[in-house]
Ligand binder design. Structure first.
Ligand code: SAM
Length: 244
């Protein structure tokens, strides 16, 4: 499978999710525990309708008023809208997504609420080449997206670049307890369903450390899960810090 094949399959799937023609993730990747999926709180109903996450990255961190939060693969914007209320009018909540239909949908939601989400911005772009200036962000969050990337080292390097010194990377993602067969890796449908592109825990940690991150923590929030796939995977929370 080439990088281009993966990007095409992922965009195709999520453009359908954005226009409500398809499910987001297969195989129960969102986890069976509904507490994984949502933090509750005050978010536009239009954003919760396209919620395609597998955890709650904002449970891992405590942004304060005035902070800048960046969501990688923001989809319909659920975590961006949530973050916007936490950081307040002096802060900013930014989302980047590669699927135009997702970005349009999230922007449309924002525009329905007038000035309420004035500190929110959705940008079209790839998380491997973030359209964000260096050292601009206090928190990089993400919800069930990094597993979809065909170039994960680039995602971690870019996250490191855009964070301020001392900034925190906090994501929900699917991870694997051990390597899966090559044939499973090459199944495009399971890749775009958030499963086959997932990193093994030890590789996740190594790639974050290679990018310069410290204090890497990986916590499984759902038990190892065998659903429609013949191997185990976890919904996980991953946290790391850019050194001061
Ligand atoms: C499973 S959905 C999660 C959406 C959102 N984070 C949520 O919790 O509802 C994955 C999202 O990541 C986006 N995405 C996948 N690969 C990407 C990449 N390489 N760069 C930017 N966005 C990407 C997709 O377009 C889709 O909106």
């Amino acid at each position: 499978m080439s990088e281009l094949d993966i990007r095409k399959a992922v965009k195709e799937r999520y453009s359908k999710v954005a226009t409500s023609q398809a499910d987001c993730c297969g195989g129960g990747a969102r986890g069976d525990d509904s507490s994984l999926v949502t933090l509750g709180g005050d978010v536009p109903v239009e954003a919760s309708e396209v919620n395609a996450g597998c955890g709650s990255p904002l449970l891992l961190v405590t942004p304060k008023e005035g902070d800048v939060v960046l969501d990688l693969g923001s989809g319909g914007g659920i975590d961006v809208f949530r973050a916007s209320q936490i950081v307040g009018e002096k802060g900013r909540a930014l989302g980047v997504d590669a699927t135009p239909e997702m970005v349009w949908r999230a922007r449309e939601t924002k525009s329905k609420y007038g000035d309420r989400y004035a500190n929110v911005e959705f940008r079209l772009g790839e998380i491997e080449r973030l359209p964000i200036e260096s050292g601009a962000v206090d928190y990089v969050i993400s919800n069930c997206v990094i597993n979809l990337s065909p170039d994960k080292p680039a995602v971690f390097r870019e996250s490191f670049r855009v964070l301020k010194a001392g900034g925190v990377f906090a994501v929900a993602d699917i991870t694997l307890p051990e390597e899966i067969p090559e044939s499973a890796r090459n199944d495009m449908d399971s890749w775009s369903a958030c499963i086959a592109g997932a990193l093994v825990d030890s590789e996740y940690r190594k790639l974050l450390e290679d990018a310069g991150f410290q204090e890497v923590q990986i916590e499984h929030v759902s038990d190892s899960n065998i659903g429609k796939y013949p191997f185990s995977y976890n919904s996980s929370h991953v946290k790391a810090r850019k050194p001061y």
